[in-house]
Design a protein around this ligand. Structure first.
Ligand code: NIG
Ligand code: FE
Length: 426
């Protein structure tokens, strides 16, 4: 089927070619005023200014949509979520309001362990249905590509259950989905004093089945004081990498304990969170190398730094130093971290607005970080993340708005009129 969209007030993120954006380039968001876009079988076939329409599309298709007054953007690419979970945790939220810290709650058996307990109690089908509902909700908010992690199973059975749910979401959804194995999210209580025992379980019992059933694209570890050390992360990642799973890692959320340095050595695809960054961490993320280390042949050494500002917002922590990271030439992406403990929202519109309001990103920078750079952080840059011929027609149609900056400025308002995934309105 062919669809032509005409009279678009501004077509945002139109690029002939894409690269991972860093430094000053992050603020460059090419757009076309009074534009059209042509979609064939769910794929962007052409685009341009309305005055070029006759030349570029001599034969108009039957299906024409007038987008007068609307901005059209590529859908959000949310490269870090924990969207599969059994139940919400607002009881901990109330505890927090009463003064308990994230660490206090974890020590009480709350936090990730609480989610693991709840996950044990639901069936794979129930888990799938609740996750599919969340996925539908975020797609209506403009998310067209998403990464989803396991990590609330923490047992062979639980982790496989989560990953099978993600696999089913991939099969049933029109969204582009990547799966990450996060068995190393925390140590289950029975392994609290036996770290090696749990690491052995991950390596010997979980990874072989995950590889056999092709259940994951990436491997993740929560590298943090009280969770996994950089050394433990290295061991787990190397085992994952032997099955072809690239690391995408939780580092530097609460403390800087050497996670970035370990991630550079592992040639991780991305390092995520980054609330707590030393100058040396920033230098390493911006492309610094480690003596004696060289990237694998044919691989780009670029590592994306994924900022999760809604987690900082919800936990009342200092925000990620976005300005310093961009100005130091780091390649950054923005993601929602959608999860029941630290970011119970997968609304990327709020992530983008918050990044401007609290981290002083320019609207163009935030949109690039939440689209094309997010696509790079999932290795989906050839499919999504920009208005480029040959990519999926995953498009956000805004309500009539005065300018692009209005999207971040008028935060919390629903400014999306409709969303198209693979050429079809949802
Ligand atoms: O990315 N920090 C580690 N994991 C999640 C939170 C998990 C939870 O609290 O359930 C995060 O913020
Ligand atoms: Fe996370």
């Amino acid at each position: 089927m062919t669809t032509l969209i005409t009279n678009i007030q501004q077509l945002i993120g139109a690029r002939e070619e894409t690269t991972l954006l860093r430094g000053a380039a992050l603020a460059h968001l090419p757009s076309i005023k009074n534009a059209f876009i042509l979609i064939e079988d769910g794929i962007i076939a052409d685009y341009g200014a309305m005055y070029e329409l006759e030349l570029k599309v001599p034969q108009l298709p039957k299906n024409i949509i007038d987008a007068q007054g609307q901005f059209v953007l590529p859908c959000w690419c949310d490269s870090h979520t924990h969207l599969v979970f059994a139940a919400s945790r607002e009881e901990e939220f109330i505890d927090k309001l009463k003064g308990l810290s994230y660490a206090d709650i974890a020590a009480k058996g709350g936090g990730i362990l609480n989610s693991a307990k709840k996950l044990q109690a639901v069936s794979e089908d129930e888990l799938f249905l609740s996750a599919r509902k969340r996925l539908e909700e975020v797609s209506k908010l403009g998310t067209g590509a998403i990464e989803i992690k396991s990590g609330y199973g923490l047992s062979v059975h639980g982790e496989l259950k989560m990953l099978r749910v993600i696999k089913k979401l991939k099969e049933k959804s029109n969204l582009s989905i990547k799966a990450t194995f996060l068995g190393a999210h925390t140590f289950p209580l029975e392994y609290k004093e036996n770290h090696q025992g749990y690491i052995d379980l991950i390596i010997n019992e979980m990874l072989p089945v995950i590889a056999e059933e092709k259940l994951a694209d990436y491997i993740d570890v929560f590298c943090e004081t009280g969770f996994f050390s950089p050394q433990e992360m290295e061991i787990i990642c190397k085992a994952g990498m032997s099955y072809g799973l690239k690391p995408k890692l939780h580092v530097n959320q609460l403390n800087s304990i050497g996670g970035i340095e370990a991630a550079v050595k592992l040639h991780a695809l991305s390092v995520d969170h980054l609330e707590t960054m030393t100058d040396n961490d920033i230098k390493l993320l911006s492309g610094g190398t480690i003596a004696g280390d060289s990237p694998p042949k044919g691989e780009s050494p670029a590592m994306v730094g994924t900022l999760l500002p809604t987690a900082a917002f919800f936990l009342r922590m200092s925000y990620q130093p976005a300005r310093k990271l961009v100005d130091s030439n780091c390649a950054i992406a923005l993601a929602s971290d959608y999860n029941p403990g630290s970011s119970p929202s997968g609304n990327m519109n709020f992530v983008v607005a918050l990044s401007c309001i609290q981290m002083k990103m320019l609207p163009e920078e935030a949109i690039n970080a939440a689209t094309i750079n997010g696509a790079y952080a999932m290795e989906l840059q050839n499919e999504v993340g920009s208005i480029t011929i040959g990519k999926k027609a995953n498009l956000i149609f805004t309500k009539p708005i005065p300018s692009l900056a209005y999207l971040s400025y008028a935060f919390g308002n629903n400014l999306i009129d409709k969303v198209m995934i693979k050429g079809e309105f949802i």
